[in-house]
Design a protein around this ligand. Structure first.
Ligand code: HEC
Length: 160
């Protein structure tokens, strides 16, 4: 009985220890993960663009893509914990100096993408295209402030 208790205690401690490891220790992994999430955002918006551009018979799928963007937008602030601004990342230090502004930018995307999901239900290509542009602007609005400018992106790839 006493032994069993000790084992339980040891396990509980291990769990505590593991969950107490600061996020920075895994910053390279977090950076790679959030870049994948961004790529997914791009895929969803680009997919909607293709459906409209080629008048594909998948218009009814547009709300699914738009909702995916809105859902992922909610995750964004948490993918940028303190200590993940260095390394193979294009995130600017401004994110951590102005976390409120960053959260606002993520909220704006969530709002526009949710609206896109709604507008898409109308099936009106013109209206969907207009809202798609607004959603894209919400991506760009955040990038402009919080991501390296184009010419400086992925600079770590050039270093040997
Ligand atoms: C709240 C701010 C914010 C919003 C909103 C946002 N992004 Fe980003 N995005 C970033 C930051 C910061 C980076 C750089 C991340 C890094 O390198 O660690 C980035 C990087 C990217 C990348 C490059 C990923 C890579 O592989 O390096 C793509 C593509 C991208 N974003 C697409 C989008 C699209 C599409 C949207 C809108 C649907 C969007 N982003 C919305 C902040 C944002």
């Amino acid at each position: 009985m006493k032994h069993a208790l000790l084992i339980v205690c040891a396990c509980a401690l291990t769990v505590l220890f593991v969950s107490a490891v600061p996020a920075q220790d895994n910053s390279a992994g977090i950076i790679q993960y959030r870049q994948k999430v961004m790529g997914a955002q791009s895929g969803h918006l680009g997919g909607i663009g293709q459906i409209l551009k080629h008048s594909l018979p998948f218009k009814e799928d547009i709300p699914s893509h738009a909702r995916a963007v809105a859902n992922l937008a909610k995750l964004l602030p948490k993918l940028f914990p303190e200590g993940t601004g260095e390394g193979k990342t294009d995130a600017l230090p401004k994110i951590w100096q102005d976390m409120d502004g960053f959260k606002k930018a993520a909220g704006k995307l969530e709002q526009e993408a949710s609206k896109l999901a709604q507008v898409a239900q109308s099936g009106d290509s013109g209206a969907i295209m207009a809202q798609l542009k607004k959603t894209g602007k919400a991506c760009g609005g955040c990038h402009k402030k919080f991501r390296q400018p184009k010419e400086k992106r992925k600079s770590w790839k050039k270093k040997k």
